[in-house]
Design a protein around this ligand. Structure first.
Ligand SMILES: Nc1ncnc2c1ncn2[C@@H]1O[C@H](COP(=O)(O)OP(=O)(O)O)[C@@H](O)[C@H]1O
Ligand SMILES: O=P(O)(O)OC[C@H](O)CO
Length: 499
Protein backbone atom coordinates (compact mmCIF):
# COMPACT_ATOMS: atom_id res chain seq x y z
CA UNK A 1 0.00 0.00 0.00
CA UNK A 2 1.25 3.46 -0.92
CA UNK A 3 1.42 5.38 2.39
CA UNK A 4 1.16 8.77 0.66
CA UNK A 5 -0.75 8.33 -2.61
CA UNK A 6 -1.61 12.01 -3.04
CA UNK A 7 -0.13 15.45 -3.67
CA UNK A 8 -2.35 18.40 -2.85
CA UNK A 9 -2.11 21.50 -5.05
CA UNK A 10 -3.61 24.73 -3.77
CA UNK A 11 -4.34 27.05 -6.71
CA UNK A 12 -5.15 30.40 -5.16
CA UNK A 13 -6.35 32.45 -8.16
CA UNK A 14 -7.75 35.94 -8.52
CA UNK A 15 -11.38 34.88 -8.55
CA UNK A 16 -11.37 31.59 -6.70
CA UNK A 17 -9.39 29.24 -4.50
CA UNK A 18 -9.12 25.66 -5.59
CA UNK A 19 -7.71 22.45 -4.17
CA UNK A 20 -6.66 19.71 -6.60
CA UNK A 21 -5.58 16.23 -5.63
CA UNK A 22 -3.06 14.38 -7.82
CA UNK A 23 -2.13 10.71 -7.79
CA UNK A 24 1.25 9.24 -8.76
CA UNK A 25 0.08 8.86 -12.38
CA UNK A 26 -0.16 12.62 -12.53
CA UNK A 27 -3.95 12.46 -12.74
CA UNK A 28 -6.28 14.86 -10.98
CA UNK A 29 -8.68 12.81 -8.89
CA UNK A 30 -10.63 15.56 -7.12
CA UNK A 31 -11.14 19.32 -7.48
CA UNK A 32 -12.83 21.63 -5.01
CA UNK A 33 -13.36 25.32 -5.63
CA UNK A 34 -14.72 28.42 -3.92
CA UNK A 35 -15.12 31.97 -5.25
CA UNK A 36 -14.59 34.89 -2.90
CA UNK A 37 -15.51 38.57 -2.77
CA UNK A 38 -13.90 41.19 -4.99
CA UNK A 39 -14.06 44.77 -3.76
CA UNK A 40 -13.99 47.73 -6.16
CA UNK A 41 -13.83 50.68 -3.71
CA UNK A 42 -13.04 53.30 -6.39
CA UNK A 43 -12.73 53.27 -10.19
CA UNK A 44 -9.65 51.23 -11.11
CA UNK A 45 -9.14 49.89 -7.56
CA UNK A 46 -9.46 46.18 -6.79
CA UNK A 47 -9.16 44.70 -3.30
CA UNK A 48 -9.74 41.37 -1.54
CA UNK A 49 -10.03 40.36 2.09
CA UNK A 50 -6.91 38.31 2.93
CA UNK A 51 -8.75 36.55 5.78
CA UNK A 52 -11.49 35.56 3.33
CA UNK A 53 -8.85 34.24 0.94
CA UNK A 54 -7.48 32.10 3.75
CA UNK A 55 -11.00 30.95 4.76
CA UNK A 56 -11.73 30.00 1.15
CA UNK A 57 -8.54 27.91 1.08
CA UNK A 58 -9.52 26.25 4.37
CA UNK A 59 -12.97 25.53 2.95
CA UNK A 60 -11.72 23.88 -0.26
CA UNK A 61 -9.14 21.84 1.66
CA UNK A 62 -11.74 20.74 4.24
CA UNK A 63 -14.06 19.68 1.42
CA UNK A 64 -11.20 17.76 -0.16
CA UNK A 65 -10.44 15.97 3.12
CA UNK A 66 -14.07 14.85 3.16
CA UNK A 67 -13.72 12.96 -0.14
CA UNK A 68 -13.60 9.14 -0.07
CA UNK A 69 -10.12 7.73 0.59
CA UNK A 70 -8.61 11.16 1.23
CA UNK A 71 -7.30 12.39 4.56
CA UNK A 72 -4.41 14.37 6.00
CA UNK A 73 -2.43 11.12 6.22
CA UNK A 74 -2.74 10.29 2.50
CA UNK A 75 -1.21 13.59 1.35
CA UNK A 76 2.54 13.35 0.80
CA UNK A 77 3.12 17.06 0.20
CA UNK A 78 1.43 20.38 -0.57
CA UNK A 79 2.26 22.70 -3.47
CA UNK A 80 0.97 26.25 -3.72
CA UNK A 81 0.40 28.29 -6.90
CA UNK A 82 -0.91 31.79 -6.37
CA UNK A 83 -2.19 34.94 -8.02
CA UNK A 84 0.97 37.04 -8.08
CA UNK A 85 1.72 40.62 -6.95
CA UNK A 86 -1.41 40.84 -4.78
CA UNK A 87 -0.13 42.42 -1.60
CA UNK A 88 -0.89 41.63 2.03
CA UNK A 89 0.59 43.52 4.98
CA UNK A 90 -0.12 42.10 8.40
CA UNK A 91 0.72 42.57 12.05
CA UNK A 92 3.32 40.04 13.11
CA UNK A 93 1.86 39.65 16.60
CA UNK A 94 -1.87 39.49 15.92
CA UNK A 95 -1.57 37.89 12.48
CA UNK A 96 -4.29 40.30 11.26
CA UNK A 97 -3.92 42.17 7.95
CA UNK A 98 -3.83 45.94 8.48
CA UNK A 99 -5.63 46.64 5.18
CA UNK A 100 -7.46 44.65 2.54
CA UNK A 101 -5.17 42.85 0.12
CA UNK A 102 -4.43 45.12 -2.83
CA UNK A 103 -4.97 43.03 -5.93
CA UNK A 104 -2.52 42.95 -8.84
CA UNK A 105 -5.12 44.61 -11.09
CA UNK A 106 -5.51 47.60 -8.78
CA UNK A 107 -4.33 51.02 -9.89
CA UNK A 108 -4.38 52.76 -6.51
CA UNK A 109 -0.63 53.27 -6.38
CA UNK A 110 -0.38 54.94 -9.80
CA UNK A 111 0.55 58.32 -8.27
CA UNK A 112 3.45 56.69 -6.42
CA UNK A 113 4.63 55.20 -9.72
CA UNK A 114 4.34 58.54 -11.49
CA UNK A 115 6.38 60.26 -8.79
CA UNK A 116 9.16 57.66 -8.98
CA UNK A 117 9.15 57.95 -12.78
CA UNK A 118 9.32 61.75 -12.64
CA UNK A 119 12.30 61.45 -10.32
CA UNK A 120 14.02 59.40 -13.06
CA UNK A 121 14.11 56.03 -11.26
CA UNK A 122 12.46 53.86 -13.88
CA UNK A 123 15.66 52.75 -15.70
CA UNK A 124 17.12 51.49 -12.39
CA UNK A 125 13.97 49.51 -11.53
CA UNK A 126 13.78 48.15 -15.06
CA UNK A 127 17.41 47.08 -15.13
CA UNK A 128 17.37 45.38 -11.74
CA UNK A 129 13.88 43.89 -11.60
CA UNK A 130 13.01 43.32 -15.28
CA UNK A 131 9.70 45.14 -14.57
CA UNK A 132 8.32 48.65 -15.09
CA UNK A 133 7.12 51.29 -12.68
CA UNK A 134 3.49 50.25 -12.96
CA UNK A 135 0.96 49.86 -10.12
CA UNK A 136 0.62 46.18 -11.19
CA UNK A 137 3.62 45.17 -9.08
CA UNK A 138 3.70 44.81 -5.29
CA UNK A 139 6.33 47.41 -4.31
CA UNK A 140 4.21 50.52 -4.73
CA UNK A 141 1.20 48.74 -3.21
CA UNK A 142 3.17 48.16 0.01
CA UNK A 143 4.20 51.80 -0.05
CA UNK A 144 0.55 52.83 -0.52
CA UNK A 145 -0.50 50.81 2.55
CA UNK A 146 2.30 52.28 4.67
CA UNK A 147 1.33 55.79 3.54
CA UNK A 148 -2.42 55.40 3.97
CA UNK A 149 -3.07 53.23 7.03
CA UNK A 150 -2.83 55.17 10.28
CA UNK A 151 0.23 54.18 12.31
CA UNK A 152 1.45 51.69 9.70
CA UNK A 153 4.77 53.36 8.94
CA UNK A 154 5.87 53.53 12.62
CA UNK A 155 4.91 49.89 13.08
CA UNK A 156 6.77 48.89 9.92
CA UNK A 157 9.86 50.77 11.02
CA UNK A 158 9.87 49.03 14.39
CA UNK A 159 9.66 45.60 12.75
CA UNK A 160 6.05 44.89 13.71
CA UNK A 161 4.63 44.41 10.20
CA UNK A 162 5.19 41.72 7.60
CA UNK A 163 4.68 41.84 3.85
CA UNK A 164 3.77 38.93 1.68
CA UNK A 165 2.29 37.93 -1.65
CA UNK A 166 -0.41 35.27 -1.45
CA UNK A 167 2.05 32.33 -1.36
CA UNK A 168 3.67 33.94 1.69
CA UNK A 169 0.33 34.64 3.35
CA UNK A 170 -0.92 31.07 2.87
CA UNK A 171 2.34 29.51 4.04
CA UNK A 172 2.24 31.73 7.12
CA UNK A 173 -1.31 30.56 7.86
CA UNK A 174 -0.68 26.88 7.08
CA UNK A 175 2.34 26.80 9.40
CA UNK A 176 0.55 28.59 12.24
CA UNK A 177 2.54 31.80 11.77
CA UNK A 178 5.96 30.14 11.94
CA UNK A 179 7.21 30.51 8.37
CA UNK A 180 7.58 33.79 6.45
CA UNK A 181 8.90 32.93 2.98
CA UNK A 182 8.37 33.41 -0.73
CA UNK A 183 10.06 31.95 -3.81
CA UNK A 184 11.98 33.67 -6.60
CA UNK A 185 9.11 33.52 -9.10
CA UNK A 186 6.93 35.53 -6.72
CA UNK A 187 9.76 37.75 -5.48
CA UNK A 188 10.54 38.69 -9.09
CA UNK A 189 7.08 40.30 -9.36
CA UNK A 190 7.46 42.72 -6.48
CA UNK A 191 9.75 45.47 -7.90
CA UNK A 192 11.92 44.84 -4.86
CA UNK A 193 13.94 41.82 -5.99
CA UNK A 194 17.06 42.11 -8.09
CA UNK A 195 16.55 39.31 -10.63
CA UNK A 196 20.29 39.12 -11.38
CA UNK A 197 21.57 38.77 -7.79
CA UNK A 198 18.25 37.12 -6.79
CA UNK A 199 18.03 38.98 -3.51
CA UNK A 200 15.97 41.85 -2.11
CA UNK A 201 17.55 45.07 -3.33
CA UNK A 202 18.25 47.53 -0.49
CA UNK A 203 18.43 50.53 -2.80
CA UNK A 204 15.07 49.79 -4.42
CA UNK A 205 13.50 49.09 -1.01
CA UNK A 206 14.76 52.42 0.19
CA UNK A 207 13.41 54.26 -2.91
CA UNK A 208 10.06 52.64 -2.24
CA UNK A 209 10.24 53.37 1.48
CA UNK A 210 9.73 49.73 2.45
CA UNK A 211 11.74 48.50 5.49
CA UNK A 212 13.67 45.31 4.77
CA UNK A 213 12.42 43.75 8.03
CA UNK A 214 8.99 43.34 6.41
CA UNK A 215 10.32 41.11 3.66
CA UNK A 216 9.99 37.31 3.62
CA UNK A 217 13.01 35.05 3.14
CA UNK A 218 13.45 33.85 -0.42
CA UNK A 219 13.42 30.05 -0.74
CA UNK A 220 13.42 27.56 -3.63
CA UNK A 221 10.28 27.02 -5.72
CA UNK A 222 10.70 23.30 -5.10
CA UNK A 223 11.74 22.34 -1.57
CA UNK A 224 10.28 21.88 1.89
CA UNK A 225 9.95 25.23 3.66
CA UNK A 226 7.67 24.21 6.54
CA UNK A 227 4.93 21.86 7.67
CA UNK A 228 1.25 22.03 8.53
CA UNK A 229 0.48 21.67 12.22
CA UNK A 230 -0.98 18.39 13.45
CA UNK A 231 -3.58 20.20 15.58
CA UNK A 232 -5.09 22.09 12.62
CA UNK A 233 -7.68 20.86 10.17
CA UNK A 234 -5.27 18.59 8.26
CA UNK A 235 -4.83 16.70 11.55
CA UNK A 236 -1.38 15.78 10.33
CA UNK A 237 2.07 17.21 9.71
CA UNK A 238 2.40 17.63 5.93
CA UNK A 239 5.40 19.21 4.19
CA UNK A 240 4.79 22.35 2.16
CA UNK A 241 7.13 21.42 -0.65
CA UNK A 242 6.40 23.82 -3.52
CA UNK A 243 5.39 27.46 -4.06
CA UNK A 244 5.35 29.39 -7.30
CA UNK A 245 3.49 32.24 -9.00
CA UNK A 246 0.53 30.83 -10.92
CA UNK A 247 1.72 31.90 -14.38
CA UNK A 248 5.15 30.38 -13.92
CA UNK A 249 3.40 27.31 -12.47
CA UNK A 250 1.40 26.98 -15.70
CA UNK A 251 4.63 27.25 -17.73
CA UNK A 252 6.12 24.41 -15.67
CA UNK A 253 2.88 22.40 -15.73
CA UNK A 254 2.66 22.67 -19.54
CA UNK A 255 6.13 21.13 -19.68
CA UNK A 256 7.73 24.30 -21.10
CA UNK A 257 11.08 23.39 -19.55
CA UNK A 258 13.17 24.28 -22.61
CA UNK A 259 14.08 27.77 -23.85
CA UNK A 260 11.68 29.07 -26.53
CA UNK A 261 8.66 27.11 -25.27
CA UNK A 262 5.65 29.39 -24.78
CA UNK A 263 2.21 29.18 -23.20
CA UNK A 264 -0.74 31.55 -22.79
CA UNK A 265 -3.07 31.24 -19.78
CA UNK A 266 -6.60 32.68 -20.06
CA UNK A 267 -7.81 33.36 -16.52
CA UNK A 268 -8.84 36.67 -14.95
CA UNK A 269 -6.11 38.18 -17.11
CA UNK A 270 -4.05 36.57 -19.89
CA UNK A 271 -0.40 35.82 -19.35
CA UNK A 272 1.93 34.66 -22.08
CA UNK A 273 5.30 33.36 -20.92
CA UNK A 274 8.26 32.14 -22.91
CA UNK A 275 10.99 30.15 -21.19
CA UNK A 276 14.31 31.95 -21.91
CA UNK A 277 16.51 29.47 -20.03
CA UNK A 278 19.30 30.74 -17.82
CA UNK A 279 19.20 34.16 -19.49
CA UNK A 280 17.19 37.16 -18.38
CA UNK A 281 16.27 38.65 -21.78
CA UNK A 282 15.84 42.42 -21.85
CA UNK A 283 12.74 43.52 -23.69
CA UNK A 284 12.48 46.39 -26.16
CA UNK A 285 8.75 45.87 -26.70
CA UNK A 286 7.21 46.27 -23.26
CA UNK A 287 7.54 42.67 -22.12
CA UNK A 288 8.68 41.78 -18.64
CA UNK A 289 11.78 39.84 -17.81
CA UNK A 290 10.97 37.59 -14.90
CA UNK A 291 12.12 34.52 -13.00
CA UNK A 292 10.36 31.33 -14.05
CA UNK A 293 11.50 29.16 -11.15
CA UNK A 294 14.37 28.09 -8.98
CA UNK A 295 14.61 24.30 -8.79
CA UNK A 296 17.62 22.75 -7.03
CA UNK A 297 19.47 26.03 -7.32
CA UNK A 298 18.93 26.11 -11.10
CA UNK A 299 17.20 29.33 -11.99
CA UNK A 300 15.32 29.74 -15.27
CA UNK A 301 14.01 33.03 -16.61
CA UNK A 302 11.03 33.94 -18.75
CA UNK A 303 9.77 36.74 -20.95
CA UNK A 304 6.22 37.66 -20.06
CA UNK A 305 3.38 39.64 -21.60
CA UNK A 306 0.58 40.50 -19.17
CA UNK A 307 -2.99 41.34 -20.17
CA UNK A 308 -4.90 42.76 -17.21
CA UNK A 309 -8.47 42.02 -18.23
CA UNK A 310 -9.44 38.79 -19.98
CA UNK A 311 -11.80 36.35 -18.20
CA UNK A 312 -12.78 39.22 -15.90
CA UNK A 313 -14.39 40.89 -18.95
CA UNK A 314 -16.53 37.76 -19.26
CA UNK A 315 -17.37 38.06 -15.55
CA UNK A 316 -18.29 41.68 -16.14
CA UNK A 317 -20.75 40.60 -18.86
CA UNK A 318 -22.12 38.00 -16.43
CA UNK A 319 -22.26 39.95 -13.16
CA UNK A 320 -22.51 43.65 -14.05
CA UNK A 321 -24.34 43.55 -17.38
CA UNK A 322 -26.19 40.32 -16.50
CA UNK A 323 -25.96 39.02 -20.06
CA UNK A 324 -25.80 35.34 -19.04
CA UNK A 325 -25.61 33.16 -15.95
CA UNK A 326 -22.45 31.13 -16.60
CA UNK A 327 -19.19 32.16 -18.21
CA UNK A 328 -19.41 29.16 -20.55
CA UNK A 329 -22.71 30.51 -22.00
CA UNK A 330 -20.66 33.28 -23.63
CA UNK A 331 -19.60 30.75 -26.28
CA UNK A 332 -23.21 29.89 -27.20
CA UNK A 333 -24.11 33.56 -27.62
CA UNK A 334 -20.97 34.34 -29.64
CA UNK A 335 -21.71 31.52 -32.05
CA UNK A 336 -25.23 32.77 -32.73
CA UNK A 337 -23.84 35.55 -34.94
CA UNK A 338 -21.38 35.31 -37.81
CA UNK A 339 -19.26 38.23 -36.74
CA UNK A 340 -19.38 41.32 -34.54
CA UNK A 341 -20.52 43.57 -37.43
CA UNK A 342 -17.50 45.77 -36.71
CA UNK A 343 -18.06 46.13 -32.95
CA UNK A 344 -14.89 46.24 -30.81
CA UNK A 345 -14.78 46.08 -27.01
CA UNK A 346 -11.54 47.36 -25.47
CA UNK A 347 -11.77 46.04 -21.89
CA UNK A 348 -9.20 48.44 -20.41
CA UNK A 349 -11.05 48.56 -17.07
CA UNK A 350 -7.79 48.96 -15.17
CA UNK A 351 -5.63 50.32 -17.96
CA UNK A 352 -3.70 48.26 -20.50
CA UNK A 353 -0.65 46.09 -19.81
CA UNK A 354 1.73 44.68 -22.43
CA UNK A 355 2.65 46.19 -24.83
CA UNK A 356 0.90 49.52 -24.05
CA UNK A 357 1.55 49.98 -20.32
CA UNK A 358 -1.07 52.68 -20.07
CA UNK A 359 -2.50 52.71 -16.57
CA UNK A 360 -4.88 55.64 -17.21
CA UNK A 361 -6.77 54.45 -20.31
CA UNK A 362 -10.24 53.00 -19.54
CA UNK A 363 -12.59 50.60 -21.31
CA UNK A 364 -14.43 51.54 -24.50
CA UNK A 365 -16.83 50.08 -27.06
CA UNK A 366 -16.71 51.09 -30.72
CA UNK A 367 -18.80 50.51 -33.81
CA UNK A 368 -22.24 49.99 -32.29
CA UNK A 369 -25.32 50.57 -34.44
CA UNK A 370 -29.05 50.18 -33.94
CA UNK A 371 -28.59 46.60 -35.10
CA UNK A 372 -26.04 45.69 -32.44
CA UNK A 373 -27.37 42.87 -30.28
CA UNK A 374 -26.21 41.26 -27.07
CA UNK A 375 -24.65 38.45 -29.15
CA UNK A 376 -22.38 40.91 -31.00
CA UNK A 377 -21.39 42.52 -27.74
CA UNK A 378 -20.50 39.16 -26.16
CA UNK A 379 -18.63 38.02 -29.25
CA UNK A 380 -16.65 41.27 -29.39
CA UNK A 381 -15.71 40.88 -25.71
CA UNK A 382 -14.43 37.34 -26.26
CA UNK A 383 -12.53 38.47 -29.34
CA UNK A 384 -10.82 41.16 -27.26
CA UNK A 385 -9.04 38.42 -25.27
CA UNK A 386 -7.59 37.07 -28.51
CA UNK A 387 -6.62 40.48 -29.89
CA UNK A 388 -4.84 41.40 -26.67
CA UNK A 389 -2.98 38.07 -26.74
CA UNK A 390 -1.99 38.74 -30.36
CA UNK A 391 -0.49 42.11 -29.37
CA UNK A 392 1.60 40.26 -26.77
CA UNK A 393 2.66 37.45 -29.08
CA UNK A 394 3.91 39.87 -31.73
CA UNK A 395 5.94 41.73 -29.11
CA UNK A 396 7.35 38.43 -27.86
CA UNK A 397 8.43 37.31 -31.33
CA UNK A 398 10.16 40.67 -31.81
CA UNK A 399 12.02 40.49 -28.50
CA UNK A 400 12.95 36.82 -28.64
CA UNK A 401 13.97 37.14 -32.29
CA UNK A 402 12.28 33.82 -33.12
CA UNK A 403 8.82 33.01 -34.49
CA UNK A 404 6.38 31.24 -32.21
CA UNK A 405 5.15 28.37 -34.38
CA UNK A 406 2.51 27.07 -31.96
CA UNK A 407 0.75 28.37 -28.86
CA UNK A 408 0.00 26.17 -25.85
CA UNK A 409 -3.01 27.41 -23.92
CA UNK A 410 -4.71 26.77 -20.59
CA UNK A 411 -6.73 28.53 -17.87
CA UNK A 412 -10.49 28.79 -17.29
CA UNK A 413 -11.39 30.75 -20.43
CA UNK A 414 -9.34 28.39 -22.64
CA UNK A 415 -12.32 26.04 -22.31
CA UNK A 416 -14.12 28.34 -24.77
CA UNK A 417 -13.87 26.71 -28.22
CA UNK A 418 -15.03 29.81 -30.06
CA UNK A 419 -12.28 31.86 -28.42
CA UNK A 420 -9.57 29.27 -29.14
CA UNK A 421 -10.57 29.01 -32.82
CA UNK A 422 -10.64 32.79 -33.14
CA UNK A 423 -7.25 32.98 -31.43
CA UNK A 424 -5.76 30.56 -33.94
CA UNK A 425 -7.44 32.44 -36.81
CA UNK A 426 -6.00 35.82 -35.96
CA UNK A 427 -2.56 34.49 -35.03
CA UNK A 428 -2.34 32.31 -38.10
CA UNK A 429 -0.72 29.50 -36.06
CA UNK A 430 -2.09 26.36 -34.36
CA UNK A 431 -3.34 26.64 -30.80
CA UNK A 432 -2.94 23.50 -28.67
CA UNK A 433 -5.16 22.97 -25.67
CA UNK A 434 -4.30 20.06 -23.38
CA UNK A 435 -7.15 17.75 -22.38
CA UNK A 436 -6.46 18.89 -18.82
CA UNK A 437 -6.30 22.72 -18.69
CA UNK A 438 -5.26 22.73 -15.02
CA UNK A 439 -1.63 23.50 -15.88
CA UNK A 440 -1.26 25.90 -12.94
CA UNK A 441 -2.16 23.25 -10.38
CA UNK A 442 -0.05 20.71 -12.25
CA UNK A 443 2.99 22.98 -12.00
CA UNK A 444 2.51 23.41 -8.25
CA UNK A 445 1.96 19.68 -7.74
CA UNK A 446 5.00 18.81 -9.87
CA UNK A 447 7.31 21.11 -7.91
CA UNK A 448 6.04 19.76 -4.58
CA UNK A 449 6.15 16.17 -5.83
CA UNK A 450 9.73 16.48 -7.06
CA UNK A 451 10.89 18.05 -3.79
CA UNK A 452 9.24 15.41 -1.62
CA UNK A 453 10.39 12.43 -3.70
CA UNK A 454 6.79 11.65 -4.74
CA UNK A 455 8.06 11.81 -8.34
CA UNK A 456 11.71 10.99 -8.96
CA UNK A 457 12.43 13.31 -11.89
CA UNK A 458 10.85 15.36 -14.66
CA UNK A 459 10.43 12.23 -16.83
CA UNK A 460 7.74 11.05 -14.41
CA UNK A 461 5.73 14.20 -15.01
CA UNK A 462 4.73 14.08 -18.63
CA UNK A 463 3.60 11.20 -20.74
CA UNK A 464 0.41 10.41 -22.50
CA UNK A 465 -1.18 13.85 -22.46
CA UNK A 466 -3.56 14.57 -25.31
CA UNK A 467 -4.21 17.97 -26.92
CA UNK A 468 -6.97 19.48 -28.98
CA UNK A 469 -5.57 21.50 -31.85
CA UNK A 470 -7.27 24.60 -33.31
CA UNK A 471 -5.87 25.42 -36.75
CA UNK A 472 -6.15 28.78 -38.54
CA UNK A 473 -9.04 29.01 -40.99
CA UNK A 474 -9.61 32.72 -41.55
CA UNK A 475 -8.52 34.16 -44.92
CA UNK A 476 -5.47 36.40 -44.59
CA UNK A 477 -7.26 39.54 -45.84
CA UNK A 478 -10.09 39.15 -43.37
CA UNK A 479 -7.60 38.63 -40.54
CA UNK A 480 -5.71 41.79 -41.45
CA UNK A 481 -8.89 43.83 -41.66
CA UNK A 482 -10.07 42.73 -38.24
CA UNK A 483 -6.70 43.19 -36.55
CA UNK A 484 -6.38 46.68 -38.00
CA UNK A 485 -9.82 47.48 -36.59
CA UNK A 486 -8.68 46.34 -33.16
CA UNK A 487 -5.56 48.50 -33.24
CA UNK A 488 -7.69 51.50 -34.25
CA UNK A 489 -10.05 50.80 -31.35
CA UNK A 490 -7.16 50.72 -28.87
CA UNK A 491 -5.77 53.92 -30.31
CA UNK A 492 -9.17 55.61 -30.05
CA UNK A 493 -9.62 54.50 -26.42
CA UNK A 494 -6.24 55.99 -25.57
CA UNK A 495 -7.09 59.19 -27.41
CA UNK A 496 -10.29 59.54 -25.36
CA UNK A 497 -8.17 59.62 -22.21
CA UNK A 498 -6.01 62.38 -23.66
CA UNK A 499 -8.73 64.81 -24.80
N1 LIG B 1 -16.13 28.94 -21.00
C1 LIG B 1 -15.63 30.14 -20.69
N2 LIG B 1 -15.61 31.13 -21.61
C2 LIG B 1 -15.07 32.34 -21.33
N3 LIG B 1 -14.56 32.66 -20.14
C3 LIG B 1 -14.56 31.72 -19.18
C4 LIG B 1 -15.10 30.42 -19.40
N4 LIG B 1 -14.94 29.71 -18.25
C5 LIG B 1 -14.35 30.53 -17.36
N5 LIG B 1 -14.12 31.74 -17.91
C6 LIG B 1 -13.46 32.90 -17.28
O1 LIG B 1 -12.20 32.43 -16.80
C7 LIG B 1 -11.91 32.98 -15.52
C8 LIG B 1 -11.64 31.86 -14.55
O2 LIG B 1 -10.51 31.16 -14.96
P1 LIG B 1 -9.39 30.75 -13.90
O3 LIG B 1 -8.27 30.15 -14.70
O4 LIG B 1 -10.00 29.94 -12.83
O5 LIG B 1 -9.02 32.22 -13.39
P2 LIG B 1 -8.25 32.77 -12.11
O6 LIG B 1 -7.14 31.79 -11.83
O7 LIG B 1 -7.75 34.09 -12.59
O8 LIG B 1 -9.22 32.93 -10.98
C9 LIG B 1 -13.11 33.81 -15.11
O9 LIG B 1 -12.75 35.17 -15.27
C10 LIG B 1 -14.21 33.41 -16.07
O10 LIG B 1 -15.02 34.51 -16.42
O1 LIG C 1 -5.37 34.61 -10.99
P1 LIG C 1 -4.87 34.53 -12.38
O2 LIG C 1 -4.75 33.12 -12.85
O3 LIG C 1 -5.63 35.39 -13.33
O4 LIG C 1 -3.37 35.08 -12.37
C1 LIG C 1 -3.11 36.39 -11.97
C2 LIG C 1 -1.66 36.70 -12.19
O5 LIG C 1 -0.81 35.93 -11.42
C3 LIG C 1 -1.39 38.16 -11.97
O6 LIG C 1 -0.07 38.48 -12.31
Amino acid sequence: MDPFPHILAIDQGTTSSRALLFNRNNEIIHITQKEFTQYFPKPGWVEQDAMEIWSSVQAVVAEMLGKPDVSGTTIGAIGIANQRETTVVWDKTTGRPIHRAIVWQSRQSSEICEKLKNEGHEPLFRQRTGLLLDPYFSGTKVRWILDNVAGAREKAETGKLLFGTIDTWLTWQLTGGHVHVTDLSNASRTLMCNIHTRTWDSELLSLLGVPETMMPSIVSSSGICGHTLSETFFGHVIPIAGRIGDQQAALFGQGCHQPGMTKNTYGTGCFMLMNTGEMAVTSESGLLSTIAWDVNGQVQYALEGSVFVAGSAVQWLRDSLRMFRNACDSELYALRVENTTGVYVVPAFVGLGTPYWDSEVRGAVFGITRGTAKEHFIRATLESLAYQSRDVLLAMERDAGIPIPLLRVDGGAAANNFLMQFQSDILGIPVDRPACIESTAKGAAHLAGLASGFWKNKKDLHGKETHQRFSPQMPEKEKEKRCKGWLRAVQAARLFRDI
